[in-house]
Design a protein around this ligand. Structure first.
Ligand code: APR
Ligand code: MG
Ligand code: MG
Length: 192
């Protein structure tokens, strides 16, 4: 993947020709159980994009946005028809890309309640971009089925835009949503 980590501060000092895009992983603790016995633990949202790849809601920041967080709020309201505020403290990290365009991708995580996350899901299907830019929100299966493949390992075999797959894995790890050992084994079985 042709991208490098860059600090938020440095990224904001880059020439104005460099574009910025912000995307967010929305998640909520959940006490739901699959088949009444497999704990789901968390609901984590990604979306099927117009290009057939999985990614996170968000998009390009434009000149009308005063801050990165305002740009993210606007993109989410366009894509999901739901208004959420973001703070600098929700910014997890960012990467600079040189190909195909000079772009910085900023990645945010935001914890919601399950009721709020369900409201986001319900709004998204009513939004004007549903079936267009956004083909639907998906919850990430975080569990591991007995065959060693079903659940998170299979999910990680999908196609992801940019570095969305590593953004997902890094966020699951740093937020303590999935244990490091389990993530390692999911990554290993998804690469087979
Ligand atoms: N990691 C890295 N790059 C990403 C990620 C990610 N997780 N998600 C998206 N990108 C890249 C995309 O490839 C794109 O180049 O960031 C850029 C902007 O993200 P999008 O969500 O696709 O942008 P958005 O503003 O929502 O809308 C897409 O692009 O081609 C235009 O006119 C089209 O309006 C549309 C817009
Ligand atoms: Mg958009
Ligand atoms: Mg987008």
């Amino acid at each position: 993947m042709n991208c490098k980590l860059i600090s938020r501060e440095k990224s904001l000092q880059l020439p104005s020709a460099v574009k910025h895009a912000c995307h967010a992983m929305l998640y909520a603790p959940s006490d739901e159980k699959l088949f009444s016995h497999i704990p789901v633990k968390y609901a984590v949202l990604m979306q099927m994009r117009f290009d057939g790849q999985l990614g996170f809601p968000g998009g390009f920041v434009d000149l009308s946005d005063r801050t990165l967080e305002e740009g993210l709020k606007r993109e989410l309201s366009e894509e999901l028809d739901y208004t959420l505020d973001f703070a600098e403290s929700d910014h997890m990290y960012c990467h600079i890309w040189e190909e195909p365009i000079h772009l910085v991708t900023h990645f945010y995580t935001k914890r919601l309640t399950l009721a709020e996350l369900r409201a986001v899901e319900a709004a998204a299907v009513q939004g004007k971009e549903f079936g267009l830019e956004t083909m639907g929100l998906v919850r990430v299966p975080l569990f591991f089925l007995h065959d060693g493949k079903g659940g998170l390992p299979s999910f990680l075999c999908n196609n992801f835009i940019g570095n969305a797959r590593s953004q997902l894995v890094d966020a699951l790890k740093s937020l303590g949503i999935v244990k490091e050992e389990q993530l390692k084994s999911a990554l290993k079985s998804s690469s087979r």
